[in-house]
Design a protein around this ligand. Structure first.
Ligand code: HEM
Length: 156
């Protein structure tokens, strides 16, 4: 019995040593700030790339006119921002896109953003997702990927 136990434990330890449990895998695209959601259900609930493009076409004018945060975007290339956000959300929701933009920590580091800024932007995103008719559960799945980024984006 003891002998069996020891052998079984050794076998499990060997298995674990070669598995993801023993050593976390490096992020597929660290700049995007999170690993993509597995499967394509969330991506589909966002109405795929066309839906995400519509969301960002609504979201970027929304954040750049929101009196709480519009000053943050003065002088920013909004065409690039919209494109980067579209690709990032497409990638994170499990879509066939690559995020080719800058690293989340680096790009926001010099902006001195606060929790109030972050919450205002999250609220605006929710309004844009609502407008596209993204179901609440799918919205929450994306929010769950974005929420931990608050730690690196907010510096003040
Ligand atoms: C989870 C939340 C956020 C995500 C996922 C996000 C994502 C991004 C992305 C993808 C870019 C473009 C990177 C590039 O050009 O390569 C960007 C740039 C930018 N973001 Fe955010 N962002 C977030 C929060 C915020 C907040 C709260 C603010 C301010 C209220 C903000 C302000 C900016 C500004 C001003 C830029 C342009 C910086 C520049 O071009 O130098 N972001 N963000």
């Amino acid at each position: 019995m003891t002998k069996f136990h020891t052998a079984a434990l050794a076998a499990i330890a060997t298995l674990m040593a070669g598995s993801a449990l023993a050593e976390p895998q490096p992020m597929a695209n660290p700049a995007a700030g999170a690993e993509p959601i597995v499967g394509d259900a969330t991506y589909k609930a966002f109405h795929e790339k066309e839906g995400i493009s519509r969301i960002m076409a609504d979201f970027v004018p929304r954040i750049t006119t929101d009196p709480r945060i519009k000053a943050r975007f003065e002088g920013v290339n909004l065409i690039r921002l919209q494109l980067m956000l579209t690709n990032q959300v497409c990638y994170l929701t499990g879509g066939p896109c690559e995020y080719g933009g800058r690293d989340m920590k680096e790009v926001h580091a010099s902006l001195g953003l606060t929790n109030l800024d972050f919450n205002a932007l999250a609220e605006d995103l929710q309004l844009s997702m609502d407008k596209e008719g993204v179901p609440f559960t799918a919205q929450n799945q994306l929010v769950a990927k974005l929420a931990p980024m608050q730690r690196v984006i907010v510096t003040k």
